[in-house]
Ligand binder design. Structure first.
Ligand SMILES: NC(=O)c1ccc[n+]([C@@H]2O[C@H](COP(=O)([O-])OP(=O)(O)OC[C@H]3O[C@@H](n4cnc5c(N)ncnc54)[C@H](O)[C@@H]3O)[C@@H](O)[C@H]2O)c1
Length: 338
């Protein structure tokens, strides 16, 4: 059996989950890691039975690495996508794919020119509840959707921001509660509703000592005619389940984290409950690698069958565009059309 060789850049919090997901895939192996702090990389490599490289150039020259997982601070993703693409490696990149329009354009150019495959992590799209809801919407089982709301009332401690200096900065995090944590919800909502038409935002820094917002409220108009509110905060101590609420012609669906809490839809049985694997209300890393693994398998399948990965660069761009429009709306105090 051909084994797909993976290499990880950045050996911090999310990298451990990536490594577990790779080790769980029969036809995959973790070949090597690179962290600009070599001691981090070396320790990580010892723990996971792989090589650690001292430079990015040596790492990218390893011909056993076919797929590069980018697990570094968000502001570094674009230059590492470009380096990996130029070395003809396929890429898995953590969310947000990049944090500015300029970075996006450069990353797209490198991916297109080198014809590599790239999968952008947005693991909640792969959950049972979102797959079930997406299918019901697309098959017209909910009828016309009137209201679609998403609330992420999470808590992140001062230590969370202090632990890694890049968090909560414009240059490396690209934003706060929205660009870092809320992006999952923004992506799910735009995916379910067929895209966003406009945003009107109010972003504030209510509690944390950070440059960026810790709370964002957005009034959203969706492409399918629905309206709603997206709310993301990291000040709601001790942190609560994400809530996704849809009110449509044929009834109401409410998700609490990954679980289907309410399915009051005409002529439809409530689908079996989803098992919640993505509890992140009060801690950044308290979720399973299960859905990351599904995304890694999707990229492997896309490589083997020469097809587009489910969340490719153009899909990964969508939530970033919406969030950048939100920041523009907050700055100009106007409604911004996408
Ligand atoms: N999908 C999710 O649910 C999820 C959850 C957490 C984090 N993330 C994303 O993962 C990324 C990393 O977050 P984290 O919390 O693991 O960060 P972290 O600070 O814990 O780890 C980042 C690692 O990158 C290394 N690094 C920094 N600069 C580097 C460089 N130039 N070259 C190589 N290595 C470098 C650091 O030494 C560190 O080990 C972010 O983009 C974040 O948004 C996603």
């Amino acid at each position: 059996m051909k084994k797909h060789g993976f290499g990880l850049i950045g050996c911090g919090a999310i990298a451990k989950l990536h490594a577990r997901a790779i080790l769980d895939i029969e036809n995959a192996e973790l070949v090597a890691v690179y962290d600009y702090n070599y001691e981090f990389g070396k320790k990580f490599a010892e723990e996971h039975g792989c090589k650690a490289y001292k430079t990015l150039e040596e790492f990218l020259a390893d011909t056993n690495i076919e797929i590069v997982n980018i697990c570094t601070p968000s502001g570094l993703h674009y230059e590492q996508i470009i380096s990996a693409a130029n070395a003809k490696k396929n890429v898995i990149v953590e969310k947000p794919i990049v944090i500015t329009h300029e970075q996006m354009d450069k990353a797209i150019k490198a991916v297109e020119e080198n014809k590599i495959k790239i999968e952008v992590i947005s693991q909640l799209r792969f959950t049972y509840s979102i797959k079930t809801l997406k299918a019901a919407i697309d098959e017209g089982k909910l009828g016309k959707i009137y209201i679609a709301d998403y609330r992420m009332k999470w808590y992140r401690s001062p230590e969370y921001y202090a632990q890694a200096g890049w968090r909560g900065t414009w240059a490396m995090d690209g934003g706060g509660a929205l660009m870092n944590q809320g992006i999952h919800g923004v992506d799910m909502m735009q995916y379910l509703m067929g895209g966003v038409k406009s945003v009107t935002a109010d972003c504030r820094t209510l509690k944390h000592n950070i440059e960026v917002e810790d709370t964002a409220n957005i009034l959203v108009e969706y492409n399918n005619g629905a309206i709603g509110v997206i709310q993301a905060t990291t000040v709601a101590k001790p942190g609560y389940n994400r809530k996704l609420e849809i009110h449509a012609e044929k009834g109401t669906v409410i998700l609490s984290d990954d679980t289907i809490e309410v399915w009051d839809v005409d002529d439809m049985e409530k689908p079996e409950l989803g098992v919640s694997m993505a509890k992140s209300g009060s801690s950044a890393m308290s979720f399973s690698e299960y859905h990351h693994r599904l995304q890694f398998l999707d990229l492997i399948d896309a490589i083997e069958n020469d097809r587009r990965p489910l969340i490719d660069i153009y899909e990964g761009k969508k939530p970033v565009d919406i969030i950048l429009a939100t920041y523009e709306s907050n700055k100009t105090k106007t409604k911004v059309n996408l």
